[in-house]
Design a protein around this ligand. Structure first.
Ligand SMILES: Nc1nc2c(c(=O)[nH]1)N[C@H]1C(S)=C(S)[C@@H](COP(=O)(O)OP(=O)(O)OC[C@H]3O[C@@H](n4cnc5c(=O)[nH]c(N)nc54)[C@H](O)[C@@H]3O)O[C@H]1N2
Ligand SMILES: Nc1nc2c(c(=O)[nH]1)N[C@H]1C(S)=C(S)[C@@H](COP(=O)(O)OP(=O)(O)OC[C@H]3O[C@@H](n4cnc5c(=O)[nH]c(N)nc54)[C@H](O)[C@@H]3O)O[C@H]1N2
Ligand SMILES: [Mo]
Length: 771
């Protein structure tokens, strides 16, 4: 199967976000799926009662609104999954693994759905068909052959349902390990850590309804136009009713500027659009901590001018601790340090502080622009500090909103996919299932890669995702996987993780959200949790492409039964009816009592959030202010020690045509890029300063102090409206540049938004790698 090459183009996009551009794009994706009418029927069931949960992002919808929600990128996600193309035994007979490795990530996924279990055959370098039973037996043999259960890594990507995640963690803990690296380690880990420590719950405190009540919504380090398009509607409504929407992002993202509502016929016909922001600030990469600190320092100055008028003293006295040392820290932080790191001037910081102060009810939203940094935990703690100063927590229209990524990444954590599990969870499992639950912390993603590289881990099992491409330092993570004795990928689509495999390797094809999940007890629903802690059921709608595909819970049960027998449960009996798994969840996980009954409610049920009712499940029993000095420099010492001077600081981000490592196409409509992804967004003045020409191809090296060369080659320079000193490139193409040891303090999240780089003219004779 070949893909038509598209001539690369680059020209600014003038239209609003969504609207006609989105409709055209969806129609294209829809026709490309090869089963347009079936998929239209499926689309109408997305996020509807009795339908399926969108496999796209984790944004939630209003529980009171039954209208069909149109979202371009959700539609693309559905079409991408619900293709008629198949990657079957004949496909794998046609291509060796070495040949497949030469293909791009886009080509690999485009080939269609994986439809039968396959086992790697090293002698022929081909994947060959294998029976499910033989596959399960092979996994059991490898796992039982380990000298220590901690020599295996059990990865999870955030699409796994609650039922699959619960079974998976139960199996892995019964096997004896807490090695649960997951996509969350690379995503909102810092949010979980910072929020647990400060307010006692590692999740957002707001619900969908709060957005209609807020006087100001801050959107920090997030690009909802591409990644959470359904969020544009509440933002636009907020602007329309006179609330402030304050964006903080070095890039002028189209979705944060104007939005054309695809469901407002008049607006579509008149080609009108509405604003999605009222103020826009463009900080330095990693500068958010300093600017939030500056806002707090300004509030303190105003509070001193007008005592009692700015801070919420009653809230602070009753609900918090640590204010005194925090205020001392504000005094100790100089305006010069703040301005130097924030990358915006003091007048703008004061303006942001005024917007915050003048709003009675504030919601702060954030995503990867905040979390994928060295100081991300401290930055999120500073967001909390700011919110505590004015009691913006635990009242209507106010609160914290880490906007989650994968559609069930939050639920997976709730179900216990956690390498550092809370003792209460382990106690509950031990009491319910009567086995000695492992207590030692397991590996996160970075630790898992190191363990595989050092030969301490020998088996890798991936419940979804694309570990090879999503992780940092690609050559090293590829090597880590290929050194394993066994790699197992439970997947819907072919990706590079299947091709950077261990000595033994299995591809286990699974059902996705859109597929009907037939079991002995009838078609099964699964459940998910959205960013607002709403739990709802998801019912697949389309007949699976092949009878050989199995559901994720069935695959996990198969592996568990082969490895552990009926210990501690009869795994296969649970698969007959997932209601049985939900009963176990109800027994073990707080908030899930009467799970099966409560699922019947329209729109699902709310799990609750203690912080939103001003109960603080912290060690102190109060909400904690966090006081720590800003770092002396944002540049990690490893970069300054490298001996080279960084030309630019690079962030890696998503285009409009991708879902993480799944590329739906090679365009990035809102940024004006067509038919190409190996590009570097860079300021025109920086192009000149560094002695290049716009459109020129460069090789990019990243800086670190370990003597390893990290390079990507042949990237085209695009003169872009980006603050000078910064650059941006797409994930995953730029992942080889992220050093494995460059991660957030406490979070271990790779610093994908802060990479020191140097540029050189492209050398055509180097060995270009297709990634
Ligand atoms: N269609 C689609 N939807 C998705 C995804 C997808 O790939 N495609 N991925 C899903 C997942 S897993 C996630 S986690 C989310 C990701 O959603 P986002 O967090 O929106 O994703 P990114 O593309 O990484 O964008 C980060 C944004 O932060 C800005 N930024 C970068 N560094 C900084 C900084 O230092 N400070 C500030 N203030 N801003 C900064 C960038 O300019 C960019 O606009 O989306 C989810 N939804
Ligand atoms: N440089 C850089 N790196 C990053 C990021 C970044 O911004 N910059 N973002 C990080 C973030 S936020 C995240 S969340 C991670 C994402 O990391 P992952 O979650 O590991 O990656 P995905 O690309 O979402 O995984 C795609 C694959 O999942 C499989 N899949 C899709 N749907 C299903 C399903 O329903 N079930 C199963 N079993 N498999 C399925 C398909 O085979 C597909 O090829 O990447 C991180 N890596
Ligand atoms: Mo994510």
């Amino acid at each position: 199967m070949s893909l038509q090459p598209i001539a690369p183009r680059y020209s600014p996009y003038q239209g609003p976000a969504a609207g006609w551009g989105a409709l055209r794009s969806v129609t294209h994706a829809w026709l490309d799926s090869k089963q347009p009418f079936k998929n239209l029927r499926a689309l109408l069931k997305t996020n509807q009662h009795g339908g399926f949960d969108c496999p796209g992002c984790a944004w939630g919808d209003s529980p009171h609104d039954d209208r069909i929600k149109f979202c371009e990128n959700g539609a693309k996600a559905v079409n991408w999954e619900a293709t008629k193309r198949r990657v079957d035994a004949a496909f794998f007979a046609r291509y060796s693994v070495a040949q497949l490795r030469e293909q791009s990530d886009y080509w690999l996924e485009y080939q269609g759905r994986l439809t039968e279990p396959m086992r790697y055959d090293a002698a022929s370098d081909h994947y060959l068909p294998v029976s499910w039973d033989a596959a399960f037996a092979l996994i059991a043999e490898h796992l039982k052959g380990l000298t220590d259960p901690n020599q295996a890594e059990f990865y999870t990507s955030g699409r796994a349902s609650n039922e699959a995640a619960f079974l998976y963690q139960l199996f892995v803990r019964a096997f004896g390990s807490n090695n649960f690296p997951d996509c969350s380690n690379m995503c909102h880990e810092a949010s979980g850590i910072a929020l647990n420590q400060t307010v006692g719950v590692g999740k957002g405190s707001v619900t969908f309804d709060d957005f209609a009540l807020a006087d100001a919504i801050f959107v920090l380090g997030q690009n909802p136009g591409s990644n959470h398009p359904r969020m544009l509607e509440p933002l636009r409504e907020a602007v329309a009713r006179g609330a402030q929407v304050v964006c903080c992002n070095p890039l002028k993202e189209r979705g944060l500027e104007r939005f054309q509502h695809p469901q407002h016929p008049l607006e579509m016909l008149s080609n009108g659009s509405a604003a999605t922001h009222t103020a826009y600030f463009r900080p330095a990469l990693g500068g958010d901590w300093a600017l939030l600190r500056g806002m707090a320092k300004q509030l303190l100055a105003w509070e001193r001018e007008q005592p009692g008028e700015v801070f919420d003293h009653a809230f602070i006295a009753e609900h918090t601790q640590g204010i005194d040392s925090y205020l001392a820290e504000l005094d100790a932080t100089s305006w010069e340090a703040i301005e130097a790191q924030a990358g915006i001037d003091l007048a703008e910081i004061r303006q942001m502080a005024a917007l915050y102060r003048n709003a009675e009810r504030v919601i702060m939203c954030w995503a990867m622009g905040i979390t994928q940094h060295q100081h991300s935990v401290a930055t999120i703690q500073e967001i909390v500090n700011l919110m505590l100063l004015r009691g913006n927590l635990g009242r209507p229209g106010a609160g914290l909103c880490p906007v989650r990524g994968h559609s069930n990444v939050q639920g997976d954590r709730t179900m216990g996919i956690n390498e550092r599990p809370p003792a209460a969870l382990l106690d509950a499992l031990q009491a319910r299932f009567n086995f000695q639950v492992p207590r030692a912390p397991g590996h996160n993603t970075v630790e898992a890669i190191n363990a595989m590289l050092e030969g301490r881990s020998r088996v890798f099992i991936g419940l979804g995702g694309n570990f090879a491409q999503a992780t940092p330092d690609s050559p090293r993570s590829h090597q880590a996987l290929s050194q394993c004795a066994l790699t197992v990928q439970i997947s819907t689509k072919l990706n590079r993780s299947h091709l950077t495999c261990g000595t033994d390797a299995l591809i286990l094809p699974c059902l996705g959200r859109t597929d009907i999940d037939h079991q002995a007890g009838g078609p099964q629903a699964v459940t998910v949790e959205d960013t607002f802690s709403m739990i709802h059921a998801s019912h697949g709608q389309l007949e699976p492409l092949s009878r050989e595909m199995r559901s994720e819970p069935a695959i996990i049960a198969g592996i568990a039964q082969a490895t552990l027998g009926r210990h501690p449960v009869d795994w296969n009996a649970l698969i007959v009816d997932y209601g049985r798994i939900r009963e176990l969840i109800a027994d073990c996980i707080p908030g899930f009592a009467d799970f099966n009954q409560r699922l019947q409610q329209r729109g699902g049920f709310y799990l609750g959030n203690a912080a939103s009712t001003r109960q603080w499940r912290t060690a102190s029993g109060l909400a904690n202010f966090s006081s720590q000095p800003l770092p002396a420099s944002l540049l990690p010492t490893q970069i300054s020690q490298s001996g080279a001077q960084a030309d630019l600081i690079l962030q890696t981000l998503r285009s409009h045509d991708q879902y993480n490592t799944s590329l739906y196409g090679l365009d990035d409509r809102y940024r004006g890029v067509k038919g190409q992804r190996q590009v570097l967004f860079i300021n025109a003045e920086d192009i000149q300063r560094l002695g290049f020409e716009p459109g020129q191809k460069v090789d990019i090296d990243s800086l670190w102090n370990d003597g390893v060369q990290r390079q990507v080659r042949g990237f085209t320079l695009l003169a872009y409206d980006i603050p000078s000193g910064q650059a941006a490139a797409y994930y995953p193409e730029a992942n080889p540049l992220v050093p494995l040891d460059s991660f957030g303090i406490h979070s271990f999240t790779p610093t994908s938004k802060f990479i020191g780089i140097t540029l050189s003219a492209h050398q055509a004779n180097g060995s270009a790698r297709i990634i």
